[in-house]
Design a protein. Sequence first.
Length: 221
Amino acid sequence: MENDHSLKEFELICVIVNFGLGTRVIKIARGKGVSGGTILLGKGTVRNRILEFLDLYDVRKEIILMVSEKKTAHEVLEALDKQLHLRKPDHGVAFSTSVQNFLGTGNYEYKKKKESRREDHIMYNAIFVIVDRGKAEAVMDVATKSGSRGGTIINARGSGIHETQKLFAMEIEPEKEIVLIIAKNEITELIVTSIREELKIDEPGKGIIFIQEVSKTYGLV
């Protein structure tokens, strides 16, 4: 007989808010039973005429990642929506995606799950694009022309077989940028195809794209 863990479903909660709100997000989540999370720094790229005029359209953001059981994740999203007013413009975005398993907290053991058919109708996808530093704006330009309303850029470093460079005979890891775009299901393919072609993603070392289905979303207006 399988233990209870084999029946549990997990989700990754991703919350994108203005700089300084990350700690509050985690505090709200802990109040619903989440053990903790990770805060990343990024910048938003949603276009706004007034902000562009003031040269403020690249706003610092915090990206909070947390994993919990599916039921808890949905409770957290609802609490965040209520307390942070995510339904109002420019108050943040929160969504969740499925996770096959969850390790590292000491509370769970790994056990491969049986595949299950999803009954929920997928309305949005999370598109992740990893490119060399300086290319993120080009990614966003292409995505915007294809229907995207904006995205979030996160700084990172590469460590793949095409990512090592040398400086004064020392190997270094070049800086990367991760672009996160939440797109409606019906325009996801167009956005991905356009980025793939314009950025020549199929060429070695040019970048990586992966897409995840989004379970629940708040803050997308």
